[in-house]
Structures are given as structure tokens and as C-alpha cells.
Design a protein around this ligand. Sequence first.
Ligand code: CA2
Length: 151
Amino acid sequence: MPKKSKPLPIYVLNGPNLNLLGSREPEVYGSTTLPEIGKQVAARARQHGLTVEFRQSNHEGDLVDWIQECRTKGCGLILNAGALTHTSVALYDACRALSHPIIEVHLSNPYAREPFRHRSFISKAANGVICGLGATGYTVAVDALAALLKE
Ligand code: CA2
């Protein structure tokens, strides 16, 4: 009997300063740490029969490399690019080159904040955007991605 191949993971990528979650500004970003979010995401993904590559970097190039990696080693992307959301054409281009579904996530609601947070380079390449729900937004994003992957 032919061996069933393992499904590819969803990539959950986090940008600059998100490693600080839980240590400062809980009124803006909540008190859940990034490793805790990683565990919640993995548990939710498991319910959908999915696995997760959960990563964070403060460096734009790492995020570009990982989005490119997701082209062949992943099946979908959840991206919180942090402040790079509002500035990075490189991340926009990397997302455009990905044929898998993309969900953009933000803990806070950038549209209720400073005007410089109102522009997102990621949104134009994303299938959907979830913001303002705190850590819950990540598990909602897993549900959304799972639904898109079933289509
Ligand atoms: O709300 C989000 O998830 C953001 O992507 C977070 C970024 C911000 O630049 C975006 O506009 C919205 C900032 C992440 C910084 O995270 C910190 C966490 C704790 C303490 C300090 C920063």
C-alpha cells in the first residue's frame, strides 16, 4: 500500500518586537506571551488536523526567507508582521509570490490607533485580516485558514 504523505504545516510568522509580548504594554497587546500564543495556535490547528511552524524574528529578511520557505514547505500563512506591516514592500512582494492562503493578524486594532498604522502592505496580498481581538485573533485565524484550505 502506498504511504500517505504527511500534510504540510501552516506557517505562523511574527515580526519585530512581538517577542516582548506579555512584558510591556498589556493594555494595548494583552498579557499573553508569544510562546503561550504558539501553544494555543498549535492546539487549535491540531483540531483541524493541521500542524504549525510558529516563528518570530526582529529582522525583515528572516521573514522574507520564511515566507519563501512556506512556498514549498507549508500550506498556508498567518502573518503578524508587526510594524513592518506598515512599511515593507519586501514582505508584500514575498506574500504575493505565495500561492497559499494568507491571513493577516494584529493583536490591536491598527485602525483605531495612529494614522501611520492605518496603511498595511500585507492586506493587499492577504485573503483576510483579523485585528483587535488580542491573542484570540490567532486562533480565529487558524479557523479561517483551515476553512480556506478545505475549499
Ligand atoms: O497589533 C499588532 O499585532 C501589531 O502588529 C503590533 C506591532 C505594531 O507595530 C502594529 O502596528 C500592530 C508592534 C508589536 C510590538 O509588540 C510589543 C509587545 C509588547 C511590548 C512592546 C511591543
